[in-house]
Each structure stands twice: as C-alpha cells, then as structure tokens.
Design a protein around this ligand. Structure first.
Ligand SMILES: NC(=O)c1ccc[n+]([C@@H]2O[C@H](COP(=O)([O-])OP(=O)(O)OC[C@H]3O[C@@H](n4cnc5c(N)ncnc54)[C@H](OP(=O)(O)O)[C@@H]3O)[C@@H](O)[C@H]2O)c1
Length: 321
C-alpha cells in the first residue's frame, strides 16, 4: 500500500481524495491543513485516517510515502522544499512553481537529496496520450501541420487566480495545459512565438492567445481565459484529416474526421475513476522502480514549460510582484 498525504484541504484536494479512495494499492493516509478543524472535517468527509493541523506535522509522519501538494502556486516552492528536506517524495500540482528559477532550484535540491518529485500535469499521465500518438503515427490524418486548442473556465471569483501574490492568472492555472498539449503532440522545437494578453484589474493575465511556429513548419495556436466558460477542445489537423479531443484535459473520446464534420472513427477513452489515478499510479511505479522523476513528465519538460511561461509573462509585462 502506498500512503499519500495531501497538503491543502481545498478544491482539487477533494478530487484527489475521492480518486485515491477508489484506487487499489494506494490510499490517502493523511490530510494536512493550516487549520485543525478543516483537516478533521476533510478527513471525515473522505474517510481519511489521519488529520494534521499543519503541513509540517504531516511531513513528520513516517508512514507517508508520497506528498501531494495542492495549494496555490505561490506556496509550492516552500512546501516542496520542506518535503524534500524531510525526505518525502512529492507530487506537486500544476503549475509546478511560480517561475523557472524556483523550478530549477527545487529540481536541483531533489536531485542532490535523491528524492522523487513530479509535476501533477495529469494530462501527461493519461492513456489517451498514447492513443492519440498512435492515431498520428498511423497516418490516418496525413502529416500533422496545425494544432489548435483552448481552455477557459470562469474562475474569476477565486482569490488564488486573481491575486498576483498567490501566483494568479490564466497562464499558470489554465494556459499551462495548452503548452503541454502542444509539447505532447508536436515534437518539433518552437521557432517563433507570437502572443498577447488581456490583464485583469489586479494585474494578472486574464485571457491570452499564443501562437507558435515550429521548426518543421507546424503552426500551433492556443488561447485561454480565466473569465469565460469555453468549449475546451483540442484539434490536431493533418494534410488529409483532423483529430479532435472532445475535452482538452479529460477527453471521453478521440474523434477522427477526414472531411469537414464527417466522423470517420471514434475511439473511446478507457473507463476511469476521475483521470487523476494515472498520475498517482505513475508516481507509485516510478518510486518503486527507484526513479527520481516519472517518465511521463520528465523534469526537463517541467522546466521547459516553466521557462516558456516566464517568456510569455515577460512579453505581456505581467509579474507576480
Ligand atoms: N489538476 C487539476 O485539474 C487542477 C484543477 C484546479 C486546480 N489545480 C491546481 O491545484 C492547486 C490548488 O488549486 P485549488 O483550486 O484546489 O485551490 P483552492 O481551492 O484555493 O485550495 C488551495 C488550498 O491551499 C491551502 N493554502 C495554503 N496557503 C494558502 C494561501 N495563502 N491562500 C489560499 N490557500 C492556501 C488551503 O488549504 P488549507 O486551508 O487546508 O491549508 C486551500 O484550501 C493549484 O496549483 C491549481 O493550479 C489543479
């Protein structure tokens, strides 16, 4: 049994707890919150055996095998650092850190201490990723030449999304999935980048559009907003057809079209608990195999995306100060 300890009793921690309670070979052993009452209430709701009124107390529990960090982006660095120094393997929610400097420092510390760490970019761990790669390799849509995707939720009522000091903004919350989508399905390096953003009153990026031209001539265009409810799909267009992800971050099927809107084939995604189970399982497998990073989301890729996000914010003149 792999025992997971969750740090932060918020929104996504609930989904993680529900997922873990339905998995074989893994369980949520403890929840850590800044408030003892909140931790106890959370533990009660999800049948979690141990509730801690501080994150440090959870890190001291010798029976925790994996710490899942589910707090605002601005907290990830200090919490991951403390977990690594306590020798605890960590799965850190996206976006991994606030910027590439923090990410490089944490990855170096984890390497130095020989502690496993991974980014919880759940789309990287899902079976649909391999399924889509197989569709592309089969040649059914011809040569892929264009990627487009969007991800927008109206999360503008969330403090952690609005506040620069909490690492807010659409990019770290939503746009990060779009960058991962591009990197997962286009192997060609990015040559040119064009982007613009609309800022919220608080100064964070509220909505943005990003285009890449890749070295092999592929075009990727993605957009996201933290102020709109979008359709949230992804399309990979090739020379003879296109592949549709009906939901960018949690697809139910892949749809292959050869002519406009004529569906040639639909490939259903395997039944799942929530889709979060794959990232937890990947961590368990990697830790048991003695690895320090999961093959599905290597550290180099996490760092690459963090650098790309730094570059985008620099283009927009957006900072977390
Ligand atoms: N994978 C996904 O699908 C997905 C979806 C949404 C969010 N996320 C990611 O998950 C992380 C958390 O997002 P969330 O939506 O769960 O956030 P949330 O509902 O605001 O919860 C965050 C939790 O972090 C703790 N926290 C510690 N310091 C805090 C501070 N200064 N301000 C506010 N909360 C603080 C709080 O827990 P305590 O009060 O218990 O200490 C809070 O409940 C982010 O990295 C986000 O990008 C992932």
């Amino acid at each position: 049994m792999m025992n997971v300890g969750i740090i932060g009793a918020g929104h996504i921690a609930e989904k993680a707890a529900r997922t873990l309670s339905a998995m074989d070979g893994m369980q949520c052993l403890a929840i850590g919150s800044r408030s003892e009452e909140k931790a106890s209430a959370f533990a009660g709701r999800f049948g979690i055996p141990r509730a801690y009124g501080s994150y440090s107390a959870l890190l001291e529990d010798p029976e925790i095998d994996l710490v899942y960090i589910a707090t605002p982006h601005s907290c990830h660095f200090a919490q991951a650092r403390e977990a690594i120094l306590a020798g605890k393997p960590c799965l850190v929610e996206k976006s991994f850190m606030l910027n590439a400097m923090e990410a490089a420092s944490i990855l170096a510390l984890a390497r130095e201490k020989g502690v496993f760490i991974a980014e919880a970019m759940w789309t990287r761990y899902m079976p649909v990723r391999q399924m889509a790669r197989e569709v592309l390799a089969s040649g059914i849509i011809g040569k892929p030449t264009m990627l487009s995707a969007s991800l927008s939720y109206n999360v503008s009522d969330k403090e952690r999304v609005l506040q620069p000091s909490l690492g807010g903004g659409a990019l770290l919350d939503l746009g990060v999935y779009l960058l991962n989508f591009v990197r997962m399905y286009c192997d060609s390096p990015i040559r040119d980048l064009t982007t613009s953003c609309i800022r919220a009153g608080s100064g964070v990026d509220a909505s943005e559009v990003i285009s890449f031209i890749h070295e092999d001539g592929t075009l990727s265009t993605v957009y996201s907003s933290a102020f709109s409810q979008g359709e949230n799909t992804g399309v990979i267009a090739g020379t003879t057809g296109y592949l549709v992800f009906d939901d960018l971050i949690n697809p139910t099927c892949l749809r292959i079209c050869r002519k406009r809107h004529v569906v040639e084939k639909e490939i259903p995604v395997p039944e799942q608990i929530t889709g979060f189970e794959y990232q937890f399982q990947a961590c368990a497998d990697a830790i048991r195999a003695g690895l320090f990073e999961p093959p599905q989301m290597p550290h180099a890729e996490t760092l690459y995306i963090m650098h790309l996000m730094d570059r985008l914010r620099a283009e927009w003149g957006v900072s977390f100060a």
